[in-house]
Design a protein around this ligand. Structure first.
Ligand SMILES: Nc1ncnc2c1ncn2[C@@H]1O[C@H](COP(=O)(O)OP(=O)(O)OP(=O)(O)O)[C@@H](O)[C@H]1O
Length: 625
């Protein structure tokens, strides 16, 4: 299967192949400006310091090179050597001064740069999750958009800070090149071993700084995993419905912020320690640079090392080569980051087009009647609509059942009635008011959804049921009892306070049926007008199933119940049954009315099930066709 074999990056790789380097280079300046804008928003002070200090360090590198040229000019002039060395002394002092200043500026710039990365990453990721938790639910069924979202999450968010850093590198290397061009006519030479000595302390500092970062990241593995898990809940298909149904967005965003703040603070600590190590390395390197020039002076005074024109030229060329290769590699890095960053920007743009339509109307009182009018809904990219003009009605206090074969559209209809999907045409009406005009959070708060694909949240059992910080004990105990979740909680090591996630210490895992009981308790706990139960008993044992159906039927005394199930024996008592087939309501009525239809769809399905239990067949006339 090609889609399984393809690498995760294949969409990106394809785009890369079809986009020429010039096209990407042309959009690079705009990307750099956008990245700088993000960075400025995250921390204007650190952005300014990163740019200012690094560019200033580049200027001092160039200045040092020009000062070296001055030294050489004095040394190569006519006259006795001691006089020439003396004449070179002011330039030598300038060289040393430039090196120290450059070192200090680069250390400051490096610190600001290291501070910037976690701050920009946090700001960008928070924006990503603000978008993923706000987009319409059907956006998760659009595979192209899912790819865009994955690429944005996988690398895109990290690349903004890198773009800023690579931009600085490009500017610095450019300044170095200009300086080399200016002094190419001047000749100079440096002793190789001493030059290596000037590089070694910096190398040590770089290794040490990398180790500090690695050790911290390792220590924070669990925290970072937690961050990823919360992030997944905010952006994953599996939790998207309940996140919306139970208005979990503010809570999860707060949780994410708290964890992300912890990671950010730890990384700022790493940045401080790294800056210390790097400045130590830079100081030793600076001293070694001074030593190099002192030794060079000594060698010249003693006449031990004659300077040759060729050697000096080689040095100047080498410097030029270094600046050039730096420029190339930073442009390359900028280009690479730009690709990933573009993914992120593309995602933001696409996500904003998938926000729910703004609605401001309040819910018009408690539910009297919920109805649909010509409801049509197609999933993104689907050839056929899942619902093709559905009209149903649910009145207060009724138990209404939706039945039909797999894929007939029951869950889709339930989600539209729960306000999770928006119809392409037609409307869902609450007391006659179109739900598209009502504030979604207000409506969703009046619906208790027992979802077919429920989420087990990595929270305590209590929070898994209440889905809100405060809990009403009377309602909680009632929901536990009605759903049979009381038996589940009784077996948990810390009762309602047990964490329902095996991935953490003291976390507990539940069986499929136990999870379903908790999900049922969640729908029953909510003080809702309408309970939507979509296959609420699929994983339950016979006793629990019987109990829950009894509960749902008696719950209708205070609430309205929409029940979707394949256990047709349980819908016999429903006030009305709608039979769906290929996205249409094909039959409607009570159990006995539907059983009276000679070739009825419901009658066929019911008789098949009844047969399996009793061996008694209700006669079914096969359609003649
Ligand atoms: N996320 C989705 N993306 C695209 N198509 C979907 C999606 N979910 C369902 N469908 C399609 O929509 C149609 C209706 O599906 P739906 O889940 O509403 O059926 P159902 O009656 O609830 O089925 P079941 O009894 O198996 O739960 C089916 O053809 C299904 O393949």
């Amino acid at each position: 299967m090609p889609e399984v074999k393809a690498s995760r990056y294949s969409p990106w790789a394809q785009e890369l192949e079809s986009t020429s380097i010039w096209q990407i280079a042309a959009r690079l300046p705009a990307l750099v400006v956008t990245a700088l804008r993000w960075s400025w928003r995250a921390s204007s002070r650190d952005t300014a310091a990163t740019l200012g200090l690094n560019v200033a360090a580049g200027v001092f590198t160039a200045f040092g090179l020009i000062a070296v040229a001055g030294v050489l000019e004095s040394l190569f002039s006519a006259g006795p050597t001691p006089d020439r060395v003396r004449a070179a002394l002011p330039s030598l002092l300038l060289v040393a001064g430039a090196a120290v200043t450059r070192g200090a500026l680069a250390a400051g710039g490096g610190w600001a740069q290291a501070r910037l990365a976690p701050q920009v990453e946090r700001a960008v990721e928070l924006e990503l999750f603000r978008l993923t938790s706000r987009i319409r639910l059907e956006a998760f069924d659009d595979s192209d958009f899912a790819d865009t979202m994955y690429r944005a999450r996988d690398r895109g968010t990290r690349e903004v800070a890198r773009m800023v850093i690579h931009t600085v590198d490009v500017l610095t290397a450019l300044i170095g090149l200009v300086a080399v061009a200016g002094v190419l006519s001047v000749l100079h030479i440096v002793l190789l071993p001493l030059l290596i000595l000037t590089v070694l302390p910096d190398g040590w500092a770089a290794v040490r700084a990398a180790r500090i970062r690695y050790a911290k990241l390792r220590e924070m593995t669990t925290t970072r995993r937690r961050e990823v898990i919360i992030g997944d809940l905010l952006a994953d298909r599996s939790s998207a419905a309940e996140l919306r149904a139970y208005n979990m967005r503010p809570f999860l965003l707060d949780q994410y912020k708290a964890t992300a703040d912890h990671v950010r603070d730890a990384l700022l600590g790493v940045a401080r320690r790294q800056a210390l190590v790097r400045s130590t390395g830079d100081a030793v390197s600076g001293a070694a640079t001074g030593l190099t020039y002192t030794a060079l002076g000594g060698l010249l005074v003693t006449g031990a090392t004659p300077l040759s024109v060729a050697g000096t030229a080689v040095l100047a060329i080498r410097q030029g080569q270094t600046s050039l290769s730096q420029l190339l590699s930073s442009v390359n890095a900028c280009y690479e980051s730009g690709l990933f960053f573009y993914d992120f920007l593309e995602f933001c743009e696409q996500a904003r087009t998938r926000f729910p339509e703004p609605a401001s109307r309040a819910l018009p009182g408690p539910l009297e009647v919920l109805s649909t009018r010509g409801l049509v809904f197609a999933y993104p990219g689907a050839d056929e609509p899942a619902l093709r003009g559905v009209d149903i009605e649910i009145r207060r206090g009724e138990v209404v059942a939706l039945v039909g074969e797999n894929g007939s559209g029951k869950s889709t209809l339930a989600r539209l009635l729960s306000g999770l999907y928006t119809p392409q045409s037609g409307a869902v009406l609450w007391n006659g008011v179109d739900l598209a005009t009502v504030v979604p959070e207000e409506y969703r708060a009046r619906v208790g959804l027992i979802s077919q694909d429920y989420t087990q949240w990595p929270l305590s059992a209590r929070r898994n049921i209440t889905m809100e910080e405060s809990s009403d004990d009377t309602r909680l105990q009632r929901a536990l009892k009605l759903s049979g979740a009381d038996e589940v909680v009784a077996e948990l090591p810390h009762g309602l306070d047990t964490l329902l996630d095996k991935r953490f210490v003291d976390g507990a895992d539940l069986s499929g049926g136990q999870k379903q009981r908790i999900a049922a308790a969640r729908g029953l706990y909510r003080d809702a007008d309408l309970v939507v139960a979509d296959e609420p008993t699929a994983a339950l044992d016979a006793r629990a199933e019987h109990r829950l159906f009894d509960t749902l039927h008696s719950a209708a005394a205070e609430r309205t119940v929409l029940l979707i199930t394949h256990r047709l024996a349980s819908v016999r008592m429903a006030d009305r049954i709608y039979v769906l087939d290929h996205g249409r309501v094909v039959e409607e009525g009570t159990h006995w009315q539907l059983m009276a239809l000679p070739n009825g769809h419901y009658r066929q399905l019911f008789s098949l099930q009844a047969d399996a239990y009793t061996g008694v067949t209700v006669p079914v006339h096969q359609e003649e066709s």
